[in-house]
Design a protein around this ligand. Structure first.
Ligand SMILES: Cc1cc2nc3c(=O)[nH]c(=O)nc-3n(C[C@H](O)[C@H](O)[C@H](O)COP(=O)(O)OP(=O)(O)OC[C@H]3O[C@@H](n4cnc5c(N)ncnc54)[C@H](O)[C@@H]3O)c2cc1C
Length: 439
């Protein structure tokens, strides 16, 4: 059963919001990365009134390795952006390498198990995120951009969010019975709850990305880079532009900057990679970098899907894996689908109109969190092990020896890391796609 526009909101909102109906929605989604935009498309497609709040103007560059595992391609297709993805994305990713110092271990990647989409590909975030938000707009999502969530009051059943525009003094109040946190993990959300100021630690991971043209990276090759105090990756994405993204520990970065005063942090990282990794040196020998390095962090790998603050969380807001396995966007897209299946009752007997009720939301959050742990817990643990081993010389050297001796370990890691199997089953994809079709 589909709900009609705004019917959840009218039933559950406090009276002060009922008087300004233009600001009342069934659901508020904070953040229009792959997680937020996917959830917005699915819920709007099922007839919900959706407000999607994004503080940055698109297209925008984002720190990311930009590889989309093949397991996500059926989801992008069902969201209505598959054709554009196919048209624009870089070459099919069929090989993986582990590069450390002077050495490279190289092997084939396994194909994905679901029909039609065997290989992952890379697409710049300026393009992917814009495709998704444009689709959300096209299916009737009301987009507040560039607006930022400023404060939150209320709770499940009656949320009241204050927004302000970025770059002007305009503000707005949006109300909804359901709120989804899809704001990522690199900044605090102003929920009014004191999340505490994080102290800088030597082990903090800072993330960097730059694009290069004319690089001599083989098409379809996905090298994972290992170096002391960090890890990274390279890939050829859309328009034959190469993306180099990496994470560096704060203590290593400080040491690098100390020895290279006057250059940006990204440039110091690039100089180190050229110096210490033969694979990077060779790849960049023919390349130019048309833009600046961009940076983000510190990263917060870990699980926070089940919180007591009443938000439903998807994407990095729910949990962030170490990006060494390049599965963050998979988890963003797939967690959005899992949550929407829960909210839309696609797999249950309950009726959708109960979704505004606070007690129902609590149960739904528990059910969704349980699924999240089952589907993503193993790859979070694998990513953490692989990341920590790759950043320390003794374990990283051991990994290199293992990968050279048994090349099959790398594709096995890709399978364990979730690259070949989607966490959303085919029946759920079909039922949510059918809901979209009925509007
Ligand atoms: C170095 C590196 C390499 C990576 N490589 C890969 C890879 O190759 N493949 C892969 O799948 N993943 C990769 N990832 C992970 C991937 O980038 C993230 O997991 C993914 O972006 C998470 O998507 P999301 O939608 O949850 O959040 P995000 O993409 O972070 O989107 C959140 C959005 O919310 C907005 N926002 C934040 N706060 C507010 C607010 N208060 N109000 C309104 N809007 C707000 C932000 O502007 C942003 O647009 C990498 C990450 C790093 C750091």
């Amino acid at each position: 059963m589909n709900i009609r526009q705004g019917s959840l909101a009218i039933a559950f909102l406090p009276t002060d919001c009922k008087s300004t109906m233009e600001n009342t929605f069934d659901v508020l989604i904070i953040g229009a990365g792959p997680a937020g935009s996917s959830a917005a498309i699915l819920l709007a497609g099922a007839g919900w009134s959706v407000a999607l709040i994004e503080k940055q103007l698109f297209p925008r560059r984002k720190v990311c390795g930009e590889c989309i595992a093949a397991s996500n391609l059926p989801l992008l297709s069902a969201l209505g952006v598959g054709t554009e993805f196919e048209r624009r994305a870089g070459p099919a990713l069929r090989k993986v390498a582990f590069m450390r110092g002077a050495h490279t271990a190289l092997t084939e990647l396994p194909p994905a198990t679901r029909s039609g989409f065997a290989w992952g590909r890379a697409l710049g975030r300026e393009t992917l995120d814009t495709l998704l938000i444009d689709k959300a707009r096209a299916v009737g999502v009301q987009i507040f951009q560039p607006w930022s969530l400023n404060s939150v009051r209320g709770g499940p059943g009656a949320w009241r969010c204050e927004l302000k525009t970025v770059g002007s003094k305009a503000s707005a109040t949006l109300c909804a019975p359901i709120a989804i946190d899809a704001h990522g993990s690199w900044e605090a959300l102003p929920t009014g709850r004191d999340e505490g100021r994080r102290v800088h630690r030597a082990t903090d991971l800072l993330a960097f990305k730059a694009n290069f043209v004319g690089a001599s990276l083989q098409d379809g090759l996905l090298p994972v880079l290992s170096f002391d105090g960090g890890y990274g990756g390279m890939v050829v994405a859309d328009g034959r532009v190469m993306t180099l993204a990496c994470c560096v520990r704060r203590d290593r970065l400080e040491a690098l900057r100390h020895t290279a005063p006057g250059v940006s942090a990204g440039e110091a990282v690039e100089a180190m990679l050229r110096r210490e990794c033969a694979g990077v040196r060779k790849t960049l020998s023919t390349a130019t970098r048309p833009g600046a390095w961009i940076a983000a962090g510190p990263l917060h790998p870990g699980i926070r899907v089940h919180n007591d603050d009443g938000f439903f969380r998807i994407g990095n807001a729910a949990g962030e894996a170490h990006p060494i396995i390049g599965e963050g966007m998979s988890m963003a897209l797939q967690s959005a689908w899992l949550l929407c299946a829960e909210l839309l009752g696609a797999q249950r007997e309950e009726r959708v109109h109960t979704a505004g009720d606070a007690a129902w939301q609590h149960l739904a959050r528990c059910r969704y969190a349980r699924q999240w742990h089952q589907r993503f817990g193993p790859r979070m643990r694998l990513a953490s092990l692989f990341a920590h081993a790759s950043m320390r010389a003794p374990t990283a050297d051991a990994l290199l020896m293992l990968f050279k001796a048994w090349p099959g370990l790398l594709p096995l890691g890709a399978i364990w890391g979730g690259k070949t199997r989607c966490a959303v089953d085919a029946a759920t994809i079909a039922s949510l796609t059918a809901l979209r079709g009925t509007i």
